[in-house]
Design a protein around this ligand. Structure first.
Ligand code: 5GP
Length: 151
């Protein structure tokens, strides 16, 4: 499914692209600004990724997380990846979720040793996703912003 986005056959609100990595808005975000970062090569799970492919994706995460935090005026950013059906993975093309978190609306709650994540997805219109993608792109370092190649 994400291969169709990589190939430009399916719509997506692009945040960043280079030959090895693509970042775009999640269509059902759990928070406004929810970004997915994927290798452009089809790899279902992280253990299928070669070292060079892994490095190419990981090296983009700091700038993407930083741009996301600034664009959403967030207090924090949570990054996670579900690998395997038992982990809850639903799209079998490796992806990292980048979630902006505000202190007033925490993602993670602790009660003693009980730790829970509050993840509720909200279907979001393409125009809103495009606007958020633009906001995040504008916070990327110059070269990276141009690399997104989106309007
Ligand atoms: P997973 O549960 O596999 O970690 O997450 C898959 C994510 O992909 C979900 O958050 C879901 O909303 C998102 N998603 C599924 N299909 C599409 C799609 O066609 N486009 C975009 N942008 N996101 C998708």
């Amino acid at each position: 499914m994400f291969c169709a986005i990589v190939a430009g056959r399916a719509p997506a609100s692009l945040v960043y692209r280079d030959p090895a990595t693509l970042a775009f808005m999640d269509v059902n975000p759990v928070r406004p600004g929810h970004v997915l970062v994927i290798p452009t090569a089809h790899r279902a799970q992280i253990w299928e990724l070669g070292e060079a492919e892994s490095a190419a994706v990981y090296r983009r995460l700091p700038a993407l997380a930083s741009a996301l935090k600034a664009a959403m005026a967030a207090d924090a950013v949570t990054i996670f990846s579900l690998n395997g059906r038992a982990a809850g993975q639903t799209v079998f093309h490796l992806h990292f979720h980048l979630l902006p978190v505000h202190a007033r609306d925490p993602l993670l709650r602790r009660r003693g040793r009980r730790v829970t994540f509050q993840l509720v997805q909200v279907r979001t219109a393409r125009a809103e996703l495009d606007a958020l993608a633009r906001r995040i792109r504008a916070r990327l370092p110059d070269g990276a912003e141009r690399a997104a190649g989106a309007p």
